[in-house]
Design a protein around this ligand. Structure first.
Ligand SMILES: Nc1ncnc2c1ncn2[C@@H]1O[C@H](COP(=O)(O)OP(=O)(O)OP(=O)(O)O)[C@@H](O)[C@H]1O
Length: 241
């Protein structure tokens, strides 16, 4: 679904992302971990088109999108969330989801836009049905995270890029987030940047470790947790026993 080939992003002498090869397969549950400053957010920006690489290529479903901006990549099926939720605070949850769904809808669905049933179903699937009429700004931080996920999914992405969705969440909220992530269909590949080790272990089938902009290793959570290089550079990142 997503391929980075020799992809890099430099800021002067600093290589924030350095010659990265990364493949996220269709339907994958792929996590990207690494210490602070490893280059994880930069890599997500490169995948989403918010940043242009200074080296290498980005492919989406085999198509070279290196020079495509974020809007064009979104039309090709890339959805994302940000470290700080990007929502319309004054609009209620239903409106946030309905607006996000608009570009992916058929003409008929737009004409029938008063039919909010699909959007309510989406909110319900993520545990937000009771908040349909609540302004996004009035939600707790944890529920804003869930709404951001609902908004990203409303655009029917084929690749979903999630930037630290568990940041600042309570343990209970992380449980709700994990349940919500479990509702994402197999037609959507997910690349998750996350520091929360239990969430990574519970969610990801594949984990890539980034350090100083470069890929250290890719494997299952157990393989990565057992890798001595990972233990060295990323102490306890996966709660290695
Ligand atoms: N716009 C920028 N200009 C200069 N340096 C930058 C810029 N953006 C990021 N960097 C640097 O690139 C490196 C990678 O940053 P990035 O935010 O991608 O790391 P990260 O792994 O997401 O970190 P964290 O886990 O703390 O969010 C860091 O050294 C950072 O200071």
């Amino acid at each position: 679904m997503l391929e980075l080939r020799g992809t890099g992003r430099a800021y002067g002498a600093l290589k924030a992302v350095d010659d990265v090869d990364l493949t996220v397969h269709a339907g994958a549950r792929h996590a990207l971990i690494g210490p602070n400053g490893a280059g994880k957010s930069t890599l997500l920006h490169l995948a989403a088109g918010n940043l242009r690489p200074t080296a290498g290529r980005v492919l989406l479903a085999g198509r070279d999108v290196t020079r495509h901006g974020p809007a064009r990549r979104a039309r090709l099926g890339v959805g994302r969330t940000f470290q700080t939720p990007a929502l319309i605070g004054s609009a209620d949850c239903l409106t946030n989801v309905a607006l996000a769904a608009w570009p992916a809808q058929t003409f008929r669905a737009r004409w029938l836009r008063r039919d909010h049933a699909p959007h309510l179903a989406r909110l319900d699937a993520l545990g937000l049905a009771d908040d349909a009429a609540t302004p996004a700004a009035a939600l707790s931080h944890g529920r804003r995270r869930l709404l951001e996920l609902a908004v990203a999914l409303a655009a029917s992405p084929r690749l979903l890029l999630l930037d630290e969705p568990a940041a600042g969440l309570t343990d209970d909220d992380v449980g709700l987030l994990l349940t919500a992530l479990g509702t994402i269909g197999a037609e959507v590949a997910v690349l998750l940047v996350e520091h929360h080790q239990e969430l990574v272990r519970a969610f990801a089938g594949t984990v890539t470790v980034l350090h100083q902009g470069a890929v250290v290793t890719t494997g299952t959570p157990a393989e990565v947790a057992a890798d001595p290089r990972v233990r060295e550079i990323y102490q306890g990142a996966l709660g290695a026993a």
